[in-house]
Write a protein that binds this ligand. Structure first.
Ligand SMILES: Nc1ncnc2c1ncn2[C@@H]1O[C@H](COP(=O)(O)OP(=O)(O)OP(=O)(O)O)[C@@H](O)[C@H]1O
Ligand SMILES: [Mg+2]
Length: 381
């Protein structure tokens, strides 16, 4: 029997909880040719939501393309990958190749079919002629115009996802944003979702002086309501023949800080442990047993993280854990945890946020990784 809980990858529809409103809105916007920004901290479920929305847009008649911007090591590599992904809207490899040659003839593409061992053929695309910055700008302009041309010639809508979009700033900053914005605003039959997991970077990209200012709707993804998530967990245990004790679902959600990734991780690991013992029930004691195992397995990783911190940062992190992130600058808190002056504590907190160890949420600081939070609470002094 396979584990019903999934983490570390885009979740299949069977493990996808809630998000009905977001999914509905995103799908409608894509089909309406909107340029949507989707923002949340890491591991909240952007990619999973985008995948569902693309699937729905596909059912609604759109040609869909999904590209992860951060997987490319250079601007040109991204343009190659993006053009290749666009060509995959032609089902047949042969047709994709001739389409690319024709559509990009102005920028000298080198297109081949690569046959991998398994007999699967893949399109390989490079732009050997793109050497200077001007060549690359020209190339970008051609590639960014492709979706509009596809939509027009195929008389189809398109829905395009550019995931981890904040990585675009690393390529060549403002110019990429300008070129892309200039292209997409004319493509009325092409919906885009630009999703990114570094809220600060993404919000800055939407600032008044930037090309994407007011380019389209902004969707900020929040948490999944705890009770919905808890019900889902218990239902999945039940559907695999395991009865959960009262409150187990909520206990998992809380222990995992209600971060979708952490919730699924904890549930997945608990399920494994219970199954391995051939049991039919899962309770709070089992949950804590699983937690202990996970902390043990992460010991060296967390130790390394801890070693990298300065003493002031360690103290601030401990205080954040024990105070549940609240009132960290107050005199009381500083005295209780032997922290130094407020400005030093503030600097430590800022460094921990930069390191992605803490995150700022409303009036408090939360530890991003709930396992690290438990480890700090139990194993540091
Ligand atoms: N709607 C959902 N229902 C249940 N679990 C979810 C949902 N969305 C996300 N998750 C859980 O969170 C994990 C991370 O999801 P996903 O990769 O979609 O997030 P992300 O925001 O794109 O993360 P990253 O910023 O790391 O790219 C999934 O593997 C899954 O365990
Ligand atoms: Mg993602």
């Amino acid at each position: 029997m396979t584990n019903p809980f999934v983490y570390g990858e885009v979740v299949p529809v069977s493990a996808f909880v809630n998000r009905e409103d977001e999914l509905d809105r995103l799908t409608r916007d894509l089909l309406a040719g909107q340029k949507v920004f989707l923002i949340s901290p890491r591991r909240y479920g952007k990619s999973s939501l985008v995948r569902q929305a693309l699937r729905a847009a596909g059912r609604g008649g759109a040609l869909v393309v999904d590209v992860t911007v951060s997987s490319y090591s250079s601007y040109v590599a991204f343009l190659e990958g993006y053009a290749r992904a666009l060509s995959s809207t032609e089902r047949q490899t042969g047709r994709a190749v001739s389409w690319l040659r024709e559509a990009l003839s102005a920028v000298g593409p080198e297109v081949r079919i690569d046959k991998s061992g398994a007999g699967k053929s893949q399109v390989s695309l490079t732009f050997p002629a793109a050497r200077t910055d001007r060549d690359v700008s020209r190339l970008a302009e051609e590639v960014f115009a492709l979706p509009g041309r596809i939509a027009q010639s195929r008389r189809r809508k398109m829905a395009i996802a550019l995931d981890e979009f904040q990585a675009i700033a690393g390529f060549d900053g403002g110019n990429v944003e300008h070129a892309l914005r200039a292209a997409v605003q004319h493509q009325r039959d092409v919906g885009y979702v630009f999703s990114g997991s570094e809220p600060a970077l993404m919000e800055r990209m939407l600032g008044r002086s930037r090309p994407f200012y007011k380019a389209g709707p902004v969707l900020r993804l929040g948490r999944i309501p705890a009770d919905r998530f808890a019900d889902f967990l218990e239902a999945r245990f039940r559907s695999t023949g395991i009865r959960s004790s009262p409150g187990l679902g909520l206990a998992i959600v809380e222990l995992a800080g209600n971060l979708p990734y952490d919730v699924q991780r904890l549930a997945h690991e608990l399920w494994d442990d219970v199954r391995a013992e051939g049991r039919r029930t899962a309770g709070l004691e089992d949950l804590h047993e699983t937690l202990r195992r996970l902390l043990g397995e992460h010991q060296s990783l967390f130790e390394a993280t801890w070693q990298r911190l300065t003493l002031a940062q360690r103290a601030a992190l401990r205080a954040a854990v024990l105070q549940e992130g609240r009132e960290l600058l107050s005199g009381d808190t500083r005295a209780r945890y032997r922290l130094s002056g407020a400005s030093t504590v503030q600097a430590s907190l800022a460094a921990l946020v930069r390191e992605d160890i803490l995150a700022r949420e409303a009036e408090r600081y939360i530890v991003v990784d709930s396992l690290l939070r438990e480890w700090v609470a139990r194993k540091t002094y």
